[in-house]
Structure formats: C-alpha cells, structure tokens
Design a protein around this ligand. Structure first.
Ligand code: F6P
Length: 328
C-alpha cells in the first residue's frame, strides 16, 4: 500500500557542491506547490541525529539559486555510520511526524540513505550532487559543470604565465576516484597530458610524450593530474621526477584544491538541480522510495539507490580517444 506523504525532510550531505542550494530550493518549492510540509535539516545526517530541524516554506529559499555551498550546511557524519546513530535519527524523524527524506549529496550520502531505508523502511529519495560526477545512473551530477568551468578558468590563467616563461605546469584537480574533472577540463583547456585514476598511462609514456611535445616546438605544457591518479606519485613527486629526467623543462606545480567547489553554480547546474528537485518530490508523491533521480539523455529518470552506488559511472571512451588525438 502507498504511504501517504504529508511532511518531508531534506538534507544536504557530504562534500558541498555548487547547485545544492538550487536543488534545495526546488525541493522546498515543489513540496509547497503540492501542499506538503517541509523541514530543512542542518549539517546532513549529523543534524538528523541531533534534531537540528527548521520548518521551511517557499519564501525560506528565496535568492539562494545563485549561491554556491549549501545554506543547510553539510557534514560527513561518522555517527550515522553506526546503528545507534541511525536509530536516533529515525526517532527524531518519527517524533517530528516526518514521512519521507530527500537526500542531496554523493555516494557516501546515498550509502547512508540506503542503509537507513532498509533498516527502518523509511522512504528516501536521492538527488546526486557532487563535483566528481562519479554516480551511476545519471549523465551529470549537480556541481560538476560548475567545477569544470572553475578549473578551465584557472588553467587558462596558468597558461598565460606558462607560455610567457616556456614552463611546464603540473596542475592537480579534485577527483579521488574519478577522472571526470581532469579529463574534461583537460580537453577544455587544451592540456598536453591528463592523468586520471581510470587509466594508468605509466611514467615512461609521460616522459616520452613530454619530450615529444618539447621537440615539436610547444612553448608551454600543462599536465592535469586527478587527485587519485594511478602513477603512485603525488603531483609534487611527479614534478620532481619529470624535472630530474627532462632537465630542459622549467617545472612548476599548482594544486587547485577547494576553490573548484566554490562560487555561483553555472546555469546548467541550476537548471539540472531545479529539475531534479521537482522530480524527487513527484517520485515521493507517487509512492516511490529508495531511488535516485538521474538525468539520462536530458530526461529525468529514477534509478535504484544501490545501483547508483555500486555500479560505475564509466568515462566515455570517445572522450578518451579525443584527448589522445588532440594532445599530439
Ligand atoms: O567528493 C568531492 C570531493 O571534492 C573530492 O573531489 C575530493 O577528493 C574530496 O571531496 C575532498 O574532500 P574534503 O572536502 O572533505 O577534503
């Protein structure tokens, strides 16, 4: 039998991503449109455990669509990984007469949500928001497009100084387990080499390729390194290794860090977040649970949470091929 949903709660959890606010706005406003009560929970699962709740209505989310970060704040909760923590969260939800939970975040958030749903049969719907784009069942996650644009903007600037001094720059971008940012920003910024966790190009090939670039007359080189690349060396070690083996190069390192996650979301992310927020509420009203909203070929879809977590969002082979051709 369908559970009638009258009151929902919403959290943002895990690493913040630009567009989380736009997703929150869409959840709160569509809930209000469909006459549901809506509770915002601060600091992700931590706030669920502590009962840090705030009633929200259409006006509580005005002028947040353009803001980066998350007004609900976020956390990576250790306590929610324990059965006791989840039980406290459940009791708080029951006491507040909340019927369903919308979780906005990445794979850690979805893993927590899925376990919670199984343990307490509590309806949960996920909205994918992470700059890493590493979630199966959606072409794009909220925040990824903005992060890409942030990275390309900075690399364009690095290129100016690199070509003025004929330098080789190693630029580290985020992506512990995923090379989406590195690969796509690398193509967008015309990087000479791109090192990603999904592909081990090997140090020898890197040296050969950089030597080839130098001989072919390139006046600057940019190597983009995803945090989780497979060379076994961090970006500073890689730079020294290349400096030692190719002493003709004047090498510098730039670690872009958390600036990649900040700033106003791109229009693409705002629209994606708005569509996903509305879809999440409509799925709940339709009696659905334990699903994640996705966007496939520009259509809103729903995918089981455990599939979203367990299956791999593979890097597109065509993009890898393009990158090989264009870095010649
Ligand atoms: O998952 C998003 C992400 O930005 C990763 O790309 C990065 O490895 C990680 O979060 C950094 O986490 P934190 O902000 O906790 O240091």
């Amino acid at each position: 039998m369908k559970k009638i949903i009258k009151k929902i709660a919403v959290i943002t959890s895990g690493g913040d991503a630009p567009g989380m606010n736009a997703a929150l706005r869409a959840v709160v406003r569509s809930a209000s449109y469909y006459k549901l009560e809506c509770i915002g929970v601060y600091r992700g699962y931590e706030g669920l455990i502590d009962g840090d709740f705030k009633k929200m209505d259409a006006r509580s989310v005005h002028q947040i669509i353009q803001k980066g970060g998350t007004i609900l704040k976020s956390a990576r909760s250790e306590e929610f990984k324990t059965k006791e923590g989840r039980k406290k969260a459940y009791e708080n939800l029951v006491e507040a007469e909340i019927d369903a939970l919308v979780i906005i975040g990445g794979d850690g958030t979805f893993t927590g949500g899925m376990i919670f749903n199984k343990e307490f049969k509590f309806p949960v719907i996920g909205i994918p928001a992470t700059i890493d784009n590493d979630i199966f069942g959606t072409d794009y996650t909220i925040g990824y497009d903005t992060a890409l644009n942030n990275v390309v903007e900075v690399i364009d600037k690095i290129r100016d100084t690199a070509s003025s001094h004929n330098r080789l720059f190693f630029v580290e971008v985020m992506g512990r387990d995923s090379g989406f940012i590195a690969l796509n920003a690398g193509i967008g910024a015309g990087a000479e080499e791109i090192l990603i966790p999904e592909e081990d190009m090997g140090l020898d090939r890197l040296l050969i390729s950089l030597e080839h670039s130098r001989r072919s007359g390139k006046t600057s080189s940019i190597v983009i390194v995803a945090e989780g690349d497979k060379t076994g060396k961090n970006v500073f070690e890689l730079a020294s290794y290349v400096e030692k083996n190719l002493p003709q190069y004047d090498v510098r390192v730039s670690v872009l860090g958390h600036m990649q996650r900040g700033g106003p979301p791109s229009c693409f992310d705002r629209v994606l977040a708005s569509r996903m927020g509305v879809k999440a509420i409509e799925l709940l009203l339709d009696g659905k649970s334990n699903l994640m909203v996705g966007s496939i070929a520009n259509k809103m879809v729903a995918v089981e949470l455990d599939k979203a977590i367990k299956e791999n969002h593979r890097i597109n082979d065509e993009i890898l091929r393009i990158s090989d051709i264009l870095t010649i």
